[in-house]
Design a binder for this molecule. Structure first.
Ligand SMILES: Cc1cc2nc3c(=O)[nH]c(=O)nc-3n(C[C@H](O)[C@H](O)[C@H](O)COP(=O)(O)OP(=O)(O)OC[C@H]3O[C@@H](n4cnc5c(N)ncnc54)[C@H](O)[C@@H]3O)c2cc1C
Length: 178
């Protein structure tokens, strides 16, 4: 077992939620949809807000850590995890806000397809996306995103209006057409 992680190793902001190999939640937290992939990250950081993601990205850059970003964990080859490095786990960030005036939806990067469908369908709306509710909406969108509504309404990414992105230098930018 590793020695306990202290504030010498991690900023306090991340230490509070950090899951390492000694943590009782470690085995569940490292699990991926494709159970044939067996990766053992050294640290998993569940992020509750953008500031946590920024702190984690900065920490990984400063300490030169291998870093993976995990959305819904559905990547076939397990690209949402890594061996020996740090995983930013987006799953606590699962808020969905709908603007009925513009029929647009803002979703946090830890949302699954099911989180989005539940919120939108209550208003008779839908985002063209995938077929399986546990797929992460962020990873799915990055891959294009195909599903039942694609022929009529395009890919998920065709319907993406803007994205808030944490860059490798820790800055937060909004990417959009405008
Ligand atoms: C059962 C199943 C059903 C599927 N059905 C469909 C389908 O109907 N339509 C379809 O288009 N695809 C489908 N897919 C494919 C799926 O969209 C991709 O595997 C997608 O990459 C999964 O995203 P995730 O967030 O769940 O996975 P993860 O493994 O968490 O992430 C996948 C990749 O995206 C990156 N990533 C995730 N979130 C972020 C973020 N916030 N910022 C930066 N990088 C990020 C990860 O680092 C990783 O490289 C399916 C996959 C499975 C296993």
């Amino acid at each position: 077992m590793d020695k306990p992680v202290t504030s010498h190793d991690f900023p306090d902001r991340l230490l509070a939620s950090l899951i390492d190999q000694n943590h009782p939640a470690y085995e569940e937290a490292r699990g991926l949809y494709n159970a044939m992939i067996d990766k053992r990250p050294r640290w998993i950081i569940p992020c509750a807000e953008v500031a946590d993601v920024v702190a984690a990205v900065n920490h990984a850059r400063e300490k030169q850590l291998l870093l993976a970003i995990r959305g819904g964990g559905h990547s076939g080859p397990g690209f949402g995890s890594c061996d020996g490095g740090m995983v930013i786990d987006m799953s606590p960030m699962n808020r969905v806000d709908i603007d009925l005036g513009t029929s647009t939806v803002r979703v946090e990067a830890g949302c699954t397809q099911g989180d989005v469908d539940r919120a939108t369908s209550a208003h008779g709306l839908a985002v063209p996306a995938g077929l399986v509710s546990s797929t992460g909406i962020a990873g799915l969108t990055l891959g294009g995103g195909t599903g039942h509504l694609t022929r009529k309404h395009g890919l998920t990414i065709d319907n993406l209006l803007a994205a808030e992105v944490v860059l490798a230098d820790g800055s937060v930018v909004t990417a959009s057409e405008n």
